[in-house]
Unconditional design. Structure first.
Length: 176
């Protein structure tokens, strides 16, 4: 009888924790797209919210162009990392440089499950050759010249990765 009670309690615990994962967490590699907006903040559970989109410099300067929305598509899973492609409507004078994504691990920083809505994107904004020839471009017109894109990797263990062909690991959000 004692063994049966232990088994029943164990099953209830497993079912409870599985149901808990359905209430706000998602496996990072199962995320097909991220749509991030200017002026909105990430969801948070264990850490402080951060802006969904945050410019951190670059040759064009952060005030030259501020995207209203950036969409990142999951291009595949290599067993370790999600391969992302991020795009926004952007004047031909600008392009994304270094871009990094961070998502909050649901139960701990290295959790492969993330909190829904917790991903944010940091990026640098660079001048293209056309932008340099124009002397800095249109400074915020947000034209629809080309659909600028960059690639970056998001990791199943929710560490930050840097795009543009290189990958460096940084501390996960919520860790110092």
């Amino acid at each position: 009888m004692k063994t049966l009670s232990v088994i029943v309690l164990h099953l209830l615990f497993v079912l409870h924790t599985e149901g808990w994962n359905d209430g706000g967490s998602v496996l990072l590699r199962d995320v097909q797209a991220l749509t991030l907006y200017r002026g909105r903040y990430t969801n948070s559970r264990r850490t402080s919210p951060v802006p969904q989109l945050q410019c951190v410099g670059g040759s064009a300067g952060c005030s030259s162009f501020v995207p209203e929305v950036v969409q990142c598509q999951n291009k595949g899973w290599d067993g370790i990392d999600v391969q992302w492609e991020c795009k926004t409507d952007m004047d031909n004078a600008y392009r994304f440089g270094r871009i990094e994504v961070s998502c909050e691990g649901f139960n701990h920083p290295d959790d492969p499950y993330i909190l829904k809505g917790s991903c944010g994107l940091e990026y640098t904004l660079e001048l293209t050759e056309q932008g340099r020839q124009r002397g800095g471009g249109s400074h915020g017109t947000g034209g629809f010249g080309d659909f600028a894109s960059s690639f970056f990797q998001g990791s199943s263990d929710n560490r930050r990765h840097q795009g543009a062909g290189t990958c460096t690991t940084r501390a996960p959000r919520g860790q110092t």
